[in-house]
Design a protein around this ligand. Structure first.
Ligand code: ADP
Ligand code: ZN
Length: 817
């Protein structure tokens, strides 16, 4: 009898590919193991065994596999079930899901680039002969393709060698660059409470009269503290008093000075579980009980808790329950909210049981976490991860927490699979018979609607922890301020005076502007021309810092122009404004203070974001200007004022979610103000203070926003009442895109009659020299989703058969956000 396996390859093939195996291999192989296989004339791929059987393929002769790569499955049956669901639901191939689901290091292929791991010293004696040959070749060449290695070793089956070399940390996949970051550990000092009073200090200085150096330190500390209300760093004190760390230490030992850290909960995890979880307050206890109660009848519960209500501490209790039952927990967060702050907080409670899974981690780190989860290791009981952690090989998953569930970044845009991690998480939980908690201060309309319809359980916390008040929100009418000439650049007089007050009290300020760059558009005063990107249909954005014009879509840059390209006049003006300009203006208005900026441009490196957060926490920044990155679940104690520079450009964004998103953004960024005893303040500058959304933000009226937006969604046939599938057509030839999209839309209309929109050009119709056109399919609840997708697939097959359309890329995005 002949034996075969169906293999999933990490490429967009509709069907699995069949290979032949020997009797012995068929006894050894199991579904979920990897094999290296030839494909086409020259390619080698890592494939995953999907099925083992005895039926020869009828259309082609099955090739033999090269090699078996695993001793036991690395993908579980549940994972495969999830992959299949994703492929069907999001209309892509299982191969595409496989590529997204497995760490890169697991799917080596002919084109993968390999280089030496320079951070590790290698002892030749640890290497087998073939391993040594590769190692030696890499001393002469900085990188090798797998094909090269195949030539060097003069054999086809090189993946096992490479796999061993990766395990021994001898080699790296090329894209990896290691950069370890540890936030600086800053020490602060203050005078011991005993000496805080006037008389206490007097006495102390007399006592120290014979220790002049120590006396000098105390005096300096006193004068620094009088000038600024900020905490005083040990380093600063040593410098300004001209003393040494020994002298300061002596004072600390004598209990005259007290040493402390601003955020003790941010201290780097040192390998010890050093904290019990917190005692919940009454509101949290009720919420926890209610969640458990809803779980008796529901699989998913929405926790709507206002910012700083202590949702995280409630999750911690749920996690404790799961651990005691021997279950794994997945804690999902948007990439950017996955900060050291939260990691440390959880590690303090759960120690080594917490594993973090992050796209910025190296292949090695990711493989390590993957294997820990696969082997049910005690080092990965709680996975704290971004979007792609839903793909880990869980065994005993008991609970998924999706925090900040409203975040649009849970949806993957490109490449396929274009999945929504929140929605997929719910499916994953069901496969494990686990529960899901969705948490947010500003839930998505969809989730809130599902809760109202009793599809989800629903629990609320309406009080901030410690009864801290929600910030006071003040609207500033920019029309009036302009008329009365009370604007300094983009700062109203109200904003300036509130900032001054906050800074004087030693507090910090956050300024939110939804755009990066200096100003979005540069325009000629004479002819009105504004410089465009040659590859995309957008105006270039001015970045003052580098004196450049930049395209935010393709990265194209040129030096800032001195003269207009069209008419040659030297009179280019900037219109609109971004974070860079706010930063520049703030520096002029508040020259005494440190201004920082947080946007895509300042946070590019692996830890760029963390560095700015740390600087803010350690109060090295007084005013932080930033984009929506600021809104992501950060907990800064000393920020008292938040300024929203302009509410209008968010609201005017051409998208059916623009209002919902503006509400979420403004409320989330407001939530950064006043997280301690002092009530925070938020100023929203707008040309439109009577806009419904602005009003709803100012009164913290989520329900009002929900009802009104829901009505609009109903009227205009949008989610949650209709499902959306967007089909995008891309090609560098304008006419081809026209013809192709028209053909497709017409075919769709023949099947669906109504609810097909387009084809239409998106607001930016050309990106990287490719024209784009969209067709939107709205699917009413009564219409079968499965049948709709089948019809789309059928049309797509006929489409692909048209020779003229073959080069046009068709991108199908289900539940387009
Ligand atoms: P949310 O996630 O709802 O924004 P957090 O869980 O981050 O709120 O809580 C806000 C702050 O209140 C945090 O600094 C947290 O440590 C503190 N906190 C919340 N609950 C408790 C509690 N039960 N005991 C002590 N501190 C708490
Ligand atoms: Zn461009």
């Amino acid at each position: 009898m002949n034996h075969f396996i169906d293999v999933i390859l990490p490429i967009p093939l509709e069907k699995r590919f069949t290979y032949s195996i020997t009797q012995a291999e068929s006894e050894f192989l199991k579904v979920g193991m990897r094999v290296s296989v030839p494909f086409g004339k020259t390619k080698i791929y890592t494939g995953l065994v999907g099925k083992i059987h005895t039926e020869a393929p009828s259309i082609y002769d099955a090739k033999e596999i090269h090699q078996i790569l695993d001793d036991s499955p690395i993908v579980t049956a549940t994972q495969l079930a999830l992959w299949n669901w994703i492929a069907t639901y999001y209309m892509c191939t299982v191969g595409e899901v496989m590529r997204a689901a497995l760490p890169n290091a697991f799917i080596l292929e002919s084109e993968t680039l390999i280089s030496r791991n320079l951070t590790k010293t290698i002892d030749d004696a640890d290497l087998k002969d073939d391993e040594f040959l590769v190692f030696e070749a890499l001393q002469h060449q900085s990188s090798l393709k797998i094909q090269d290695i195949s030539n060097i070793l003069d054999k086809k089956n090189v993946l096992p060698v490479i796999k061993r070399l990766i395990e021994k940390e001898v080699i790296l996949l090329q894209e990896e660059i290691y950069e370890k970051y540890k936030p600086k550990y800053v020490r602060y000092v203050k005078l011991h409470r005993e000496y805080a009073s006037q008389s206490g200090l007097q006495e102390l200085l007399e006592d120290l009269s014979r220790a002049e150096k120590q006396r000098q330190v105390v005096l300096t500390l006193f004068s620094i503290s009088a000038k600024t209300k900020k905490p005083v760093k040990v380093k600063e004190l040593i410098e300004q008093s001209g003393s040494s760390s020994a002298i300061v230490k002596a004072l600390i030992d004598k209990n005259i000075l007290e040493e402390y850290h601003v955020q003790t909960d941010r201290v780097q995890y040192d390998g010890e579980e050093n904290e019990d979880s917190k005692q919940l307050n009454d509101f949290q206890i009720v919420a926890l009980q209610e969640i458990k109660e809803t779980f008796k009848s529901q699989n998913v519960t929405l926790l709507h808790g206002i910012t700083s209500s202590g949702k995280t501490e409630v999750y911690v209790k749920l996690i404790e329950d799961m651990l005691s039952m021997g279950k794994q927990v997945l804690y999902l967060l948007p990439e950017i909210a996955l900060t050291t702050q939260l990691v440390t907080r959880l590690q303090n409670y759960f120690g080594e049981q917490v594993a973090v899974f992050h796209s910025k981690y190296s292949a090695h780190e990711r493989v390590e976490v993957y294997n820990h989860v696969l082997n049910d290791s005690p080092k990965a009981r709680i996975i704290l991860g971004a979007r792609s952690s839903i793909f880990l090989p869980f065994h005993e998953l008991g609970l998924i927490i999706v925090d900040e569930e409203h975040e649009q970044s849970f949806k993957q845009f490109d490449p396929a699979p274009r999945y929504h991690a929140r929605d997929t998480a719910i499916v994953l939980a069901n496969l494990h018979q686990a529960k899901t908690v969705l948490g947010s201060a500003t839930p998505s309309l969809e989730s809130y609607y599902n809760a109202k319809e009793n599809k989800y359980g629903f629990v609320e916390i309406n009080k901030r922890y410690n009864n801290v008040q929600l910030p006071e929100i003040e609207l500033v009418d920019l029309v009036e301020k302009q008329k009365k000439k009370l604007m300094k650049g983009h700062f109203s007089d109200r904003l300036v005076s509130e900032i001054k007050e906050a800074l004087q009290e030693g507090h910090q300020v956050i300024l939110f502007q939804n755009r990066r760059g200096y100003s979005p558009i540069v325009e000629c005063n004479t002819c009105g021309h504004s410089p465009q990107c040659p590859n995309c249909d957008v105006s270039l954005t001015y970045h003052q810092y580098r004196s450049q014009l930049r395209c935010h879509y393709c990265g194209y840059t040129i030096a800032m122009l001195q003269k207009c390209m069209a008419c040659g006049t030297a009179g280019l003006d900037t219109k609109g404004f971004g974070t860079e300009q706010i930063e520049a203006e703030a520096k002029i208005l508040f020259p005494e203070h440190k201004i920082g900026r947080m946007d895509l441009d300042t946070t590019r490196g692996k830890y760029g974001y963390e560095k700015i957060i740390t600087a803010l926490e350690q109060q090295e920044i007084d005013i932080l200007v930033g984009t929506q990155m600021l809104t992501k679940g950060l907990d800064f104690r000393n920020v008292k004022l938040v300024g929203i520079m302009n509410a209008d450009n968010m609201l005017n964004f051409p998208d059916f979610r623009a209002h919902e998103r503006s509400f979420q953004l403004m409320l989330q960024v407001s939530g950064r103000a006043g997280r301690t005893e002092k009530r925070g303040k938020v100023l929203i500058q707008t040309y439109n203070p009577y806009h419904k959304i602005v009003q709803q933000v100012s009164t913290n009226d989520y329900k009002g926003m929900f009802e009104e937006q829901l009505q609009e969604r109903y009227n205009f046939k949008y989610p949650p009442f209709y499902r959306l599938i967007k089909i995008t057509f891309k090609h560098k030839d304008y006419n081809k895109v026209e013809l192709a999209s028209d053909w497709f839309a017409k075919s769709l209309r023949q099947v669906f009659k109504a609810n097909i929109l387009g084809p239409e050009y998106p607001p930016i119709s050309r990106i990287r020299n490719q024209y784009h056109k969209n067709v939107l399919i709205k699917i009413p609840q009564a219409q079968s989703l499965g049948k709709t997708k089948a019809a789309i697939k059928k049309i797509n097959s006929s489409f692909e058969a048209v020779k003229d359309f073959r080069a046009v890329r068709v991108i199908i995005n289900v539940d387009n956000y």
